[in-house]
Ligand binder design. Structure first.
Ligand SMILES: Cc1cc2nc3c(=O)[nH]c(=O)nc-3n(C[C@H](O)[C@H](O)[C@H](O)COP(=O)(O)OP(=O)(O)OC[C@H]3O[C@@H](n4cnc5c(N)ncnc54)[C@H](O)[C@@H]3O)c2cc1C
Length: 491
């Protein structure tokens, strides 16, 4: 039978959105038990008018302590790679070569290029070519006090046979995570775009959007009706009524659900959380549909399935609230990976081409505020034992605010339901700083054959290019530490 969660009245949403906007550095609230049929509410403690002083911040001033677990040879390689990607001409040339069809289609030249990429960018940003190499990298991370989020890098799937191949790879990844000591791998990552054909994700997203516009529109395959979209979610992708799914499409949808169920069950059996990445808004409603139907099945006792929320979206807070309320009513634990979001340019371009404003906050400050508010909300869920969060960010200020809030709320070090995460090869000083504060920290680690992770490498090259890029702090701290070690050895 259908499990239908009704959307709460608008006034209740607005009230709760105000509560969700309480800043990360505010005094911890007292948890007020939810009134049946209404949203769980958080009320400020009596002293809420005052703001707490930072009890402790992440110390990023002592490179010797930060990099104490990193061997000098690794530090030299990392510094060289980060300096190379900061040099605009090197990145321009690298990107042009990696994107050149002529070069990449010419056997020997291609092998030579891939060889260079493998020993430089690839080694820096990826965990290895297969599960054996990835497991070895996870062991190294663990020696440095960090954990690994295993992400087998795959392309979007076009048909069922590529989905089945990708499923095998994901299952193999879970098996490999199991062979490592418990806790070395914090999450296995799955992309729904790899286990459900991409055109079907678009179709399902269209149908969900159309149902949001016309609530009486019937979707027989949507048995769950978990709230996916909010009143702020843009619906401009779907301009006219979509055709219902054909029998073949419904069968494919069933197969995709079964694939996710197979990975989810394995993860639940081995108690290895599964994290589902977020993509662009054209397909995200379908991804959330998969995510929350899997959460309903696997998150009864422990948060096994984690969805991803992109705080750069204007509807992020409202959706978080709707979903957390639905999860509470269903008695399931909500797992959220919180990110800012990676498709800013393409989202804005699509919206403008359709004559609409961008779904992304108008200013970066609004994105920061939204991220911090959602983090605050989820930390309260962690403290109240009703949710779990991965704070996936390189933003030091967000990290500091979250650390303060977690400490103020008494979320103990080693709490399994709070994880910080940064990309492998990026923001290492920040990761070590968080670890030194006693928190669980993971590196999100893509692995797979070099040519398969090329699109990922191109994105990392873009992100780190320029002197003021995302890796500025790391470059500076690593250089200082190398210089200190050099002087200590020579003088
Ligand atoms: C572990 C991990 C997992 C991730 N998984 C995903 C995923 O599943 N899906 C996904 O989409 N992304 C994912 N990301 C990428 C993430 O969304 C960000 O692109 C990246 O981490 C940068 O954000 P930050 O929080 O580190 O903040 P910062 O380093 O402060 O970066 C801020 C960036 O936000 C962007 N930005 C956002 N909103 C605005 C705005 N309104 N105006 C101007 N600029 C804006 C700008 O590009 C700016 O550079 C992941 C990141 C990590 C660390």
């Amino acid at each position: 039978m259908a499990t239908r969660i009704l959307a709460p009245p608008k006034k209740v949403i607005l009230n709760n959105l105000r509560l969700l906007s309480r800043p990360l550095n505010s005094v911890p609230p007292t948890f007020v038990a939810a009134i049946p049929g209404q949203f769980a509410a958080f009320e400020p403690a009596p002293s809420a008018a005052t703001t707490t002083k930072p009890s402790s911040l992440i110390d990023l001033t002592d490179p010797e302590r930060l990099f104490s677990s990193v061997p000098t040879s690794k530090l030299i390689r990392s510094t060289a790679n980060l300096h190379a990607v900061a040099m605009e001409p090197v990145v321009d040339l690298g990107i042009r070569v990696m994107q050149s069809k002529l070069i990449m289609d010419t056997g020997l030249v291609r092998e030579a290029v891939l060889g260079v990429v493998r020993r430089t960018f690839y080694d820096h940003f990826c965990g290895g070519e297969d599960t054996v190499e990835a497991a070895a990298t996870v062991r190294q991370l663990n020696e440095a006090g960090l954990r690994g989020m295993l992400d087998y890098a795959v392309e979007d799937a076009e048909d069922n046979s590529s989905c089945d191949r990708n499923l095998e790879a994901f299952l193999h990844t879970v098996e490999s995570a199991r062979t490592l000591p418990h806790g070395y791998v914090s999450f296995v990552v799955v992309k729904i775009t790899a286990i459900c054909p991409i055109h079907l994700l678009r179709r399902v997203s269209d149908l969900l959007r159309w149902q949001k516009k016309n609530p009486s529109f019937n979707l027989p395959w949507n048995r769950y009706s978990f709230p996916i979209l909010s009143d702020l979610t843009p619906l401009y992708h779907t301009l006219e009524e979509p055709q219902p799914l054909t029998a073949e499409e419904e069968a494919d949808l069933f197969l995709a659900h079964e694939r996710l169920r197979t990975v989810g069950s394995k993860c639940e059996k081995y108690n290895i959380p599964l994290c589902i990445d977020a993509e662009y808004t054209a397909v995200q409603p379908a991804i959330d549909f998969f995510t929350y139907s899997a959460a309903m099945e696997h998150n009864r006792n422990e948060p096994i399935i984690y969805g991803t929320l992109q705080a750069y979206l204007k509807d992020a807070k409202e959706r978080l609230l709707l979903k957390s309320e639905a999860a509470r009513k269903m008695g399931i634990l909500m797992g959220v990976k919180l990110v800012r979001g990676a498709y800013m340019a393409s989202e804005a371009k699509l919206a403008h081409s359709l004559g609409h404003e961008s779904p992304i906050h108008n200013s970066i400050q609004e994105t920061h505020d939204c991220y911090n508010d959602c983090a605050s909300f989820m930390l309260e869920k962690v403290a109240g034992r009703s949710g779990a969060v991965v704070l996936a960010t390189h933003n030091v200020e967000s990290g500091q605010l979250a650390v303060m809030k977690a400490k103020d709320m008494g979320i103990s070090n080693g709490n399994q339901r709070l994880e910080f995460a940064q990309l492998y090869g990026m923001a290492d000083s920040f990761s070590f700083g968080l670890k030194n504060e006693g928190f669980q920290v993971s590196k999100y680690m893509p692995f797979g054959p070099v040519d398969q992770v090329m699109p990922y490498l191109l994105r990392r090259a873009e992100e780190n290019r320029g002197l003021l890029s995302a890796s500025t702090l790391d470059r500076q701290l690593m250089r200082n530490e190398l210089w200190r070690r050099f002087r200590a050895a020579v003088l």
